[in-house]
Design a protein around this ligand. Structure first.
Ligand code: ARG
Length: 568
């Protein structure tokens, strides 16, 4: 595709002594199209050149040569506004979409680089809560976008499948296992047993001691403990898989915390060698007080490992196994300190510099249901698979009311119900806390997944109604220069930059917002222009634009983790 921004930057570079790349970074998109398509803020150079922005603008303007791509340049209030050739823009965008179809926006920019994305990571024998849902959705989307941009991408589910809680659970199960039925709602039952044994531990120091013993036994591979642990793990994974199936999410690696146990000694050896481990009341720690990060525990006084220990072993393993360029941890912001600590300690693991630099905590905020708090502790936990199913059944009801004759109602309801939940988790900046509210998420006219799906379906029904597959060769691009068409075309043109911005900030909400913007611009185009009319040439051109919007909406939605329905 023609890179208009770069062409403008090259022209400016002829007039001022700046790198083309730098100029490109300065170029802005003006708030309204009357002010041009790109604007160069001359005040940025005022200090260096010791001239007023106006003077600089005039000077550059005098030297810039227009051409096929750039049709005009105006000096306004210290900005240089550039106007690009709209016919050429339409041609370049629509030709590219026609050629690449559902690969439109993809790139090879990531070639040769490996990105690990760690997401979901629920805890065995504990509920998969609404935070894990958000994190699964965010991580899976980032995974797909990196992959689309040509990166070698590895999705990791860092299961919480290790720790003292298992030792307690084993003890509880040993005592009361025959009172419970693990077949139906294993996670709920395991949680009940866990609460019961934890209470008993609080009352009776001796029981707590037995549990501690169990943990040591588990670490040493005792068959009874290991058997139960395996059983709990399997049962939990089966439950989690139901959610992953509904979301259509997958992983390349399921290496959870337990996977790293035998990799801990090597990790410790390296820290010892670096001389950063000290003893404190029998425990092994790395003191990070100088960095204002407290202390990072490596081994407790009783010799057992903790969460951070396993994370450090995981960093070492991943650096050796993948030599990653980035390792993203999609984890709630509550674990901020933990990640700051382990990233600091990772500097002493003797792993490649690029790996140390590539460690990144992608933080996200809390979700609350509008009907109340949603945390395990409060006992009002909503099961995530129930939430997803409820979304689907609410959509089914809406369909029954609005369009009972619809084909494949069930499949379509699933796409819309899941799409609504996925989109609502990606629409706000991920760092923000959010409230999940059914009416907002399922509003077909709001800034929602169903709205984007609805617009997509509309592009399809227009094509169906026209009974014609528009052909690029027949498109007269001159006919697409009205305000609404241009707006849609410029938005389509932006798509690749949007994807780059997503990975630049690890912020999928940029793409979610883009899809709303594209949908709204299409909607204006649809309302202002008669797509199927008497003028054959005009119909062909508008239909082709209509079809292109459908393609880009579908590609974008897929990258967020949403499927498009055929009817709505
Ligand atoms: N299992 C943890 C939890 O549910 C999240 C794990 C995050 N990943 C990590 N490498 N520490 O809170």
């Amino acid at each position: 595709m023609i890179n208009f921004k770069k062409i403008i930057a090259e022209k400016i570079a002829k007039a001022v002594n700046l790198e083309i790349k730098e100029i490109q970074e300065y170029l802005e998109i003006p708030p309204n199209p009357e002010m041009g398509d790109y604007a160069f803020p001359c005040f940025r150079l005022a200090k260096i050149l010791k001239k007023s922005p106006q003077e600089i603008a005039n000077e550059i303007k005098g030297k810039v040569e227009l051409g096929t791509e750039i049709t005009d340049v105006k000096n306004e209030g210290g900005y240089l506004n550039f106007y690009i050739n709209k016919v050429l823009l339409a041609k370049t965008v629509l030709t590219e979409i026609d050629e690449k179809q559902e690969k439109y926006g993809s790139s090879t920019m990531g070639k040769g680089q490996t990105i690990l994305v760690e997401y979901s990571s629920p805890n065995i024998a504990k509920p998969f809560h609404i935070g894990h849902l958000r994190n699964t959705i965010i991580g899976s989307s980032l995974y797909k976008i990196y992959q689309f941009l040509g990166y070698h991408t590895v999705g990791i589910n860092h299961l919480g499948d290790y720790g003292t809680q298992f030792a307690k659970l084993i003890e509880g199960y040993k005592r009361w296992g025959n009172e419970y039925n693990l077949d139906e709602n294993p996670i709920e039952v395991l949680t009940q047993i866990y609460v019961r044994i934890s209470d008993l531990c609080k009352e009776d120091e001796k029981v707590l001691e037995i549990c501690r013993e169990n943990f040591k036994k588990l670490e040493n591979g005792d068959p009874y403990c290991l058997d139960l642990w395996t059983k709990f793990r399997k049962l939990s994974l089966k439950e989690f898989q139901k959610i992953y199936d509904l979301l259509d999410v997958s992983f390349d690696s399921w290496n959870g915390e337990s996977f790293y146990i035998d990799k801990i000694p090597e990790m410790e050896k390296r820290l010892e060698k670096a001389g950063v481990i000290t003893e404190s009341e029998g425990a092994k720690i790395v003191d990070l007080e100088d960095q204002n990060l407290g202390v990072c525990m490596i081994r407790k006084a009783d010799g057992t490992t903790i969460y951070a220990t396993r994370d450090l072993a995981a960093i070492l393993y991943r650096a050796q196994e993948y030599e990653f360029d980035k390792c993203l941890y999609v984890v709630a912001y509550e674990q901020n300190l933990h990640f700051k600590q382990i990233f600091e300690v990772a500097k002493f693991l003797e792993i490649p510099e690029k790996c140390v630099k590539g460690l990144e905590h992608v933080r996200y905020g809390m979700t609350r249901l509008s009907t109340g708090k949603m945390s395990t502790r409060e006992g009002t936990a909503v099961k995530v698979d129930d939430l997803l199913k409820e979304s689907i059944s609410r959509v089914q009801k809406i369909i029954e009311e609005k369009n009972p004759e619809m084909e494949n109602k069930e499949q379509e309801a699933e796409k819309i119900g899941i799409g609504a939940v996925v989109f609502s988790n990606l629409y706000n900046n991920i760092i923000k806390d959010q409230i999940f509210d059914w009416d907002t998420a399922l509003n077909f006219n709001g800034e929602t997944g169903p709205y984007v799906q609805y617009i997509y379906v509309r592009t399809n029904s227009v094509l169906e109604k026209a009974e014609l597959v528009p052909d690029l060769k027949k498109v007269d691009f001159e006919l697409l220069t009205d305000t609404e068409s241009i707006k849609v075309i410029s938005t389509l043109y932006e798509f690749e930059d949007i994807l780059k911005a997503v990975i630049d900030k690890n912020e999928p909400s940029i793409l979610a917002r883009y899809l709303i913007n594209l949908s709204q611009n299409y909607s204006n185009f649809y309302n202002e222009n008669k797509i199927i009319g008497d003028d054959e040439k005009l119909t062909e051109a508008r239909l082709f634009l209509n079809k292109s919007v459908g393609i880009v909406l579908k590609v974008g939605a897929k990258l967020l983790g949403m499927k498009m329905p055929n009817k709505m």
